[in-house]
Ligand binder design. Structure first.
Ligand code: GDP
Length: 194
């Protein structure tokens, strides 16, 4: 995918702030620090369009980007940050539920997990939630530069088993080394062409 234009649209708190142009949308979710901002920056070929989180767990908004005037990226708030209070967690849940329960434009959810680790319970819940609402998912294994290629399959099995995947693809990505970005773009493009 050639990125001709990418612009930040809005940091939305309420549903009436979501872009209403009806463009198809891909959403990004994952634990804080999984590398979500870095992947969005890499896909959009911008150094800092998605702010790399200075304050993990504190982002309680959905950030929308418009790409090539054709579709939207929705950067959903990260989860799983240890120091977040119950009130904050509940706020996160509310934001996610309002978005997931009623976003017709949403075509696919990219669930990001760190390639080095078995996914956590909250990743599993996120995947089950996405499926419950009927969305297609794509699993992105981040920071792939941190392990050797020979270890990918073992990690994929671990991820597949823990999340209970039903045939979804797992795409290894390194934002640092810029590997896997084209493959991920191809998968995203497939979603829109279907
Ligand atoms: P977010 O909280 O999910 O948005 O994560 P960030 O994109 O802010 O990244 C969290 C940390 O992981 C930062 O220190 C990044 O430099 C680092 N990071 C992100 N992607 C990669 C990657 O592909 N490889 C490596 N080695 N580090 C990464």
């Amino acid at each position: 995918m050639k990125v001709k234009s990418a612009e930040f649209i809005i940091s939305a708190v309420n549903t009436d702030q979501y872009p209403a142009e009806g463009l198809p949308e891909v959403a990004f979710v994952g634990r804080s620090n999984v590398g979500k901002s870095s992947i969005i920056n890499s896909l959009l070929n911008r150094r800092n369009i998605a702010r790399t989180s200075q304050n993990p767990g504190k982002t309680r908004t959905i950030n929308f980007f418009k790409v090539n005037d054709e579709f939207h990226f929705a950067d959903l708030p990260g989860y799983g940050y240890a120091k977040v209070s119950k009130t904050e967690q509940a706020k996160w849940g509310g934001i996610m539920e309002r978005y997931l329960s009623d976003r017709e434009e949403l075509k696919c959810i990219l669930i990001l997990v760190d390639i080095r680790h078995e996914p956590k319970e909250d990743d599993k819940r996120m995947y089950e939630w996405a499926r419950h609402f009927g969305y297609e998912c794509l699993i992105v294994a981040t920071k792939s530069d941190k392990i050797t290629r020979g270890k990918y399959q073992k990690q994929f099995s671990l991820i597949r088993k823990k999340l209970g995947l039903s045939g979804e693809k797992i795409i290894p990505i390194s934002s640092l080394k810029k590997t896997g970005i084209d493959e991920l773009w191809n998968e995203i493009a497939d979603v829109f062409i279907k």
